[in-house]
Ligand binder design. Sequence first.
Ligand code: 6PG
Length: 502
Amino acid sequence: MMTSANPCVGLIGLAVMGKNLALNIADHGFEIAVFNRTTAVTDEFIAENPHTPAKLTGCHTLKEFVDAIAKPRVIIVLVKAGPAVDSIVEQLLAAGLDPQDIVVDAGNSLWTDTIRREKDYSGKLKFFGSGVSGGELGARFGPSLMPGGDPDSWKHLEPIWKAIAAKVDARTGEPLAGASAGKPVTGGVPCTAYLGPNGAGHYVKMVHNGIEYVDMQLISEAYLLLRSLLGLRPDEISQIFSQWNKTELNSYLIEITADVLQQKDPRNKKKFLVDVIVDSAGQKGTGKWTSTNSLDMGVPANSIAEAVFARCMSALKSERVAASKKLKGPLARKLRAGKPIIEAIRQALYCSKICAYAQGFQLMREAQNQYHWKLDFGTIASIWRGGCIIRAKFLQKITDAYQADPKLVNLLLDPYFRKQVRTGQEDWRKVVSLAATTGVPAPAFMSALAYFDSYRSAVLPASLIQAQRDYFGAHTYQRVDAPDGQFFHVDWPAADRPEVKA
Ligand code: 6PG
């Protein structure tokens, strides 16, 4: 089974992503050893791919696998996030890994697990984390890769990561045909860069997924408004999305949505496939992690959380069906599907999307303070320009914004994005009001607008909350006319008593 070649890299886990990543690595001339728990899968994979540009070596045992790889070994692990990662690392150690060997967890692991694992395995091996985005095709022909870990290990990984990553045009920042054309890409700027130590790569991948949740939710809300309010058919909406894909909204998710909406039900060509799919969204947890982390750090990432809750709400299918018979909203009303309203929905989508990214970048800014990382936000946006699920034309604008001002406090404050929101906000407000008055649910549009309006408010009613807290619990408050850090309390029912310093 094992050949005499000395692969420089190994990969464990031959599910679709693992197989495709292994083929991508071999396409770029790196000999690779592969291992899968079920040996028949390994045998099949090797038999199905006899003529790869660099040799694939299938191994039946972890000992055989470890012995096959040249030192220092680079071993990519693509197994289910969680205990399976620790289990495979322990087995690799038992099979004879050296302290200089690098084990890369390329799954969607929780960044705190990556931080812990790096410490736990220190001295035994070098544990490294890398986010991988782009789905099956991305893995095969060019994903966006988000590596984080020991910088010396990165030196070994860098040539492989840069070779297999998606590429964008150096001048325009646009993805070079790869994943979509079904062939490996050479030349161009690779969509990968070292992001920082320990869990930095997995953290950035998690935020990518949080943004992915909002992006998908916003697109779905635009679809629902076009459908419910304007009475358009899925194939008509598909055409609108194709048009939008030629504007600032140009992105992979808009492109695939246009495709999805024109698909007919394979069982009944008179129906659209989207109409026979149960409206209950699944989730594997990365959006929830992003939202939980935003709550833990006190960073308002409303729209990301809203997108997770929208999936939770969608999953209450039977409750919603029962409630729909009892809870009445406004009478259904249709508007004429003219250009102005379609453009208003497009603007609402773009403005909301800007807010979602602003929230994601705020989260990363806070996380870097907590974990002492030095994240380069321009670079992060730049490696998302190609390969990943949220790849979009406007990521170039985010790169530009952070390159112009690396200390930018919030994306909304960048001159380009300020102008976009200034241009679009009247339409955005119109669409949110329409959704509210017609009873069409648009939680992410609404939450993004609330984020924008709250963020631009010098004064919020939190003074009243502080007063209430002091009233019922003597929790104290600060005064606008006293130095920051001084706290006061009054005996509320008799507020004419002197205020005391807390
Ligand atoms: C990616 C995707 C990928 C996965 C999502 C799906 O970047 O390639 O994000 O990681 O498809 O995690 O997540 P849900 O099942 O939670 O929608």
